[in-house]
Design a protein around this ligand. Sequence first.
Ligand code: AOS
Ligand code: ZN
Ligand code: ZN
Ligand code: ZN
Length: 425
Amino acid sequence: MIINPDQLNTNKNDISIHKNQFDHLASSLSKQGIEVDQIVAKLANFQVAIPSWALGAGGTRFGRFSYYGEPASLEQKLEDIGIIHALTKSAGAVSLHIPWDIPEDYKAIKELANSLDIKFDAVNSNTFQDQPNAKESYKFGSLSNTSKTVRDQAIAHNREVIDIGKELGSKSITVWLADGSSFPGQNNFQTALSHTQNSLKEIYNVLPDDWKLFIEYKPYEPYFYSTVIQDWGTSFLLANECGEKAYTLVDLGHHLPNTNIEQIVATLMWKGKLGGFHFNDSKYGDDDITVGSIKPYALFLIFNELVYGMNNNPQNPELSWMIDASHNLKDPLEDLIQSLEAIQVIYAKALLVDQHQLKEAQKNNDVTLCQEILQNAYLTDVRPLVKQARLQQHGAINPLKAYRSLLVREQLVKERGKHTVATGL
Ligand code: AOS
Ligand code: ZN
Ligand code: ZN
Ligand code: ZN
């Protein structure tokens, strides 16, 4: 199924409501000296990659309830992203998982992606599962394994993922390592870390010049006592050891409760080492639920640092923005539409922060005013700006409403059948 712009915004009433709301907000923001057009343009430019594993229903270790009409192939996954992108105009990229989504026909896949205006963002390697016919097992680790043969297999896999990414036009690889231990004494921490460092260097050695290596961290899970790359400090250290093309990737769900993620973001950008971002939300752990559904204010504070960094840290490259989510309950496409909306809304709020005034207030140690400045921005209803950015690009004013009224899921079920199962987490 392909959505055409002329199927969208056909409701005159919706358009006129939006116009009123936008004009009202734009005039009040302009009076405060805010360049509304610039903000709308920034929102229109902000593209977030959809992970290929988020298009089917995810599961928990207790089971998986599949969703009707799930994509059964990479082509269908791209088709799904094309639908979300046509509606939201903010999902112009895909982050592929290897080996779940190895293209069979590269030329055809590239053409399809191109026709849907989808780029290939970071490719993801997988050394957390044993693949059928694999010679060695990752049960006791991959890049950190005590056995050189196992480490070599994991290195070779990552190099292959880079090769696949090269064919597609990707410019980065994300390494998320499950490696760790579940019992004290099981691993020698120093040995595991030093093996990991050497293995990453071997992957880094074949990285094309215009590529980036993203190193993801996570405190626990699947192992429960220790994880080799447990926190941003470890990732940062490894990235520095590898070289200038290696960066830390922050996944919002990969922190112990109440961690000050915005401060991590600030530190990494200051050092020019923040490479990528996995958006999601969580209450307890790596819950991977809808962005902004639990802690929207925390997300706003994170975006405030991202915006500051994008304005003040030329040493930090452009970031790869990706969603990393997976669900058991909602229609995955509806969920992604909600996540994209949350990202755009929070980004817009962060763009409203008067950085100049905030600096002054900080200089004067006016703590009350500092808080007011942030909260004024946060409490502004910026949805008309986000809608305006979509409308300008011929996306839907109300993507979720359009998704439902166009009967997208019903159509996908008709095309693909009810009992389809997508590959992925
Ligand atoms: C795992 O917890 C990480 O968030 C990974 O980024 C990701 O979910 C995985 O690599 C999917 O393949
Ligand atoms: Zn992640
Ligand atoms: Zn995760
Ligand atoms: Zn996550």
